[in-house]
Design a binder for this molecule. Structure first.
Ligand SMILES: O=C(O)CCC(=O)C(=O)O
Length: 274
């Protein structure tokens, strides 16, 4: 009797175990299907998306771009900001403009470098703009560059009036010329806040290695020239992937001949800035 009872009990236990395994399998199967359906929206209207990480985005984005050059690595973004966003940035900066400054090498003074950078400008943090526009632009720059927002310097809004310019220069500061640096500017995003009737192009004189062996005069506007167009942006890298300065990233702003140029610069460094 006792033996029979024992056998019956162990059969019940085995069945229970089998049921548990079956239920685990079925619930696992359906849960994974549910996740996969969430991640892949091919059944919906928009383009298909994939599962994303905690810091990723749940939707695909269409941000048009054109590679301008590989030497330096430079990309153009048409329609990066709206007309209204450009106006908000310009008006926030207008009352605060001061003569633009330069980082000085040893032996350089504000007097003997006069004329290199003749624009006026101001620095603005995204938090200083209550409309949230700078915040939106900063986020979008981080998304297209994949450089975290924390690595960006405050925005530098610049106004160039007729005849004003920025002679060709590097954004990355070579420690051999500028002394030890705690971090380096690796990339720059320029957002044009206005059109310019004539002149005012951003210029890359050494694009693809051109003009490097002619004793180039840093004030000359030759090479790859980009005409400012309100709302459009350019991203370029001043450093190679091995963290040395890309000599072809030399760039400047040609003098404005007709009209006025407004642009906002976001320099991005290899170390967090905040
Ligand atoms: O105004 C431009 O187009 C270029 C500005 C620039 O070179 C800079 O701010 O470093």
């Amino acid at each position: 009797m006792g033996f029979r009872r024992l056998r019956k009990e162990s059969m019940v236990e085995r069945r229970l175990l089998l049921w548990c395994c079956f239920l685990c399998f079925v619930s696992g199967f359906f849960t994974s299907r549910l996740f996969l359906q969430e991640g892949s929206s091919s059944a919906g209207d928009g383009p298909p998306t994939v599962l994303h990480g905690r810091t990723g985005e749940s939707k695909t984005a269409s941000i048009p771009y054109q590679v301008l050059s590989w030497k330096p690595r430079a990309v153009y973004f048409p329609g990066f900001a709206t007309k209204e966003q450009c106006e908000i940035i310009t008006e926030t900066a207008r009352a605060r403009l001061e003569p633009s400054k330069l980082m000085l090498r040893e032996g350089e003074t504000p007097e003997n470098t006069k004329g290199i950078r003749t624009s006026t400008g101001t620095f603005l943090r995204a938090s200083e703009d209550s409309t949230g526009t700078l915040e939106e632009i900063e986020q979008k720059i981080a998304r297209v560059s994949l450089i975290p927002r924390e690595n960006g310097e405050p925005f530098n809004v610049l106004r160039y009036e007729i005849g004003q310019r920025y002679a060709s220069h590097y954004d990355a500061f070579d420690p051999a010329e500028y002394g030890p640096q705690t971090s380096s500017r690796v990339a720059t995003f320029l957002l044009y806040l206005s059109d310019v009737e004539e002149g005012g192009e951003t210029v890359f004189p050494f694009e693809n290695g051109s003009n490097m062996d002619i004793g180039y005069d840093y004030e000359e506007c030759i090479g790859l020239k980009i005409k400012p167009n309100r709302g459009d942006g350019i991203l370029f890298f001043s450093m190679f992937l091995n963290q040395t300065i890309d000599p072809t990233s030399l760039h400047g702003s040609c003098p404005v001949k007709k009209g006025e140029k407004w642009v906002v610069t976001k320099w991005m460094r290899d170390q967090r800035q905040v």
